[in-house]
Every structure is written in C-alpha cells, then in structure tokens.
Design a protein. Structure first.
Length: 228
C-alpha cells in the first residue's frame, strides 16, 4: 500500500495541469491575502477575517470537483484498461490498491491546501484551523467520489467526459439547491456536501465524512468483485 501511495503521489506532480492547479491555488491565496492585508483597515476586522480564506473556499466549492476529475478521473480505470492491475494484485491486496491510490491523491491535495494556508497565515498572522479542517473533509469527499467514478466507468475516455460533466453539475446544482425551493433539487441538496457545510450546523462535516467513507467503501467493493 505504501508503494502505491508514494507512486500515486509522485505521479500527481508529473502533469502540466497538476502544476497549473497548484499555481492557481497559490496565486489566489497570495493575491487575495495581500489585498486584504493592505486594506484591512477599510474592510473592517470581521470582513478581513472571512476574506483571507473566503477566496480559497469559493475556489474549492466552485471548481474543486472540476480540478479533481480533470486530474484523477482515470486513477483506477487506467490500471484496469492497461491490465497493470493484474500485476498489482500479485504483489498486494485489492484493498491496499484502492487505499494506496486514495491516500496518494489525498496527499497531493493536502499539500496544495497546506501551501495555500501557509501563505494565508503569513499575511493574516493566524492559522485558520476550522476552515482548513472543513476543506480537508470536502477534499476527502471529492477524492472518494473520483475513485468511485473511476471504478464504475471502465474506459478512461468515458471517465474523462463523465468527470467533466459531474465536476460542473455538482457545484451548479448543489449550490443552486441551497437557494431554491424546487422539490426536484432536494436530491442535490442532501446528496452534495454544500448543505452540510453551509446549513448543517457544527456537525455537518461528520455527515460529509460519512458520505465519503461510503463512496470509498463502494470503490473497494467494486474492485473486490471485479473479474481481472
């Protein structure tokens, strides 16, 4: 599992888009923090406090799924389509394969988030532990969904197209459902993490964590039952 974890993590930094993603997160954190630090007296203490992490939260809420699926849509079906999964299962268990890939992808995003919050901390002179923790849970949800989608869809080309659609649809309908009373949107309201972070109270993150665990379990079950 550790070898797969390491390989997936290192491989995450080898594509141009992964470097661009880190650059986007870093730039948003830096320029927004710099702006707020220079205008904190005008904005007021409360606005400044929310502003430091607000841009990063908005970036992940709106485009996090799109970034996730663009980078890692083929994390499982890449191995299935190329048949390298057969080599992996002779060296380790199917459970270790899924968990190793999960941890590798999560570690990549953890580094992105930590760098961004490190920049914010320099300007704000404060580390926002609550926001950091909530975004980590959101990323856990995204990684779990990405793994599940890649396990369900056998071909990389199909998962790429589906990932882009899902990456656009979840924030669109998930956030729309927070401000609409349309009955058909309720499924998106309770199936996506936005409601639990916005209106879910102090324990909303726990529901999102549970949902992530269910999806991760689904990925493990699919690989266990797949005929390789």
């Amino acid at each position: 599992m550790l070898a797969i974890w390491k390989k997936e993590f290192v491989q995450s930094f080898k594509s141009v888009f992964s470097i661009v993603t880190i650059a986007i997160f870093t730039a948003v954190s830096y320029y927004l923090s710099d702006f707020i630090a220079k205008n904190s007296a005008v904005l007021g203490k409360e606005v400044a406090e929310e502003g430091y992490v607000g841009g990063l939260v908005l970036l992940i809420y709106l485009f996090g799924f799109l970034f996730m699926f663009s980078l890692f849509h083929d994390t499982m079906n890449r191995e299935l389509e190329s048949r390298t999964i057969r080599f992996l299962v002779t060296k380790t268990s199917r459970l270790s394969i899924v968990l190793g890939k999960f941890l590798g992808i999560f570690t990549y995003w953890f580094v992105c988030l930590l760098v961004s919050f490190g920049i914010i901390t320099v300007f704000a002179e404060k580390f926002y532990f609550k926001s950091f923790g909530q975004l980590l849970v959101m990323i856990l949800y995204m990684v779990s969904m990405c793994l599940l989608l890649s396990s369900l869809i056998p071909r990389r080309s199909m998962s790429m197209f589906s990932g882009l659609l899902v990456g656009l649809a979840i924030p669109l309908f998930g956030l729309w459902s927070q401000f609409s009373d349309k009955p058909w949107l309720k499924i998106f309201k309770y199936a996506t993490p936005y409601y639990y972070f916005i209106d879910g109270g102090s324990w909303g993150w726990a529901v999102v964590l549970l949902m992530a665990a269910v999806m991760l379990g689904g990925s493990i079950l699919l690989l266990q039952r797949r005929d390789l």
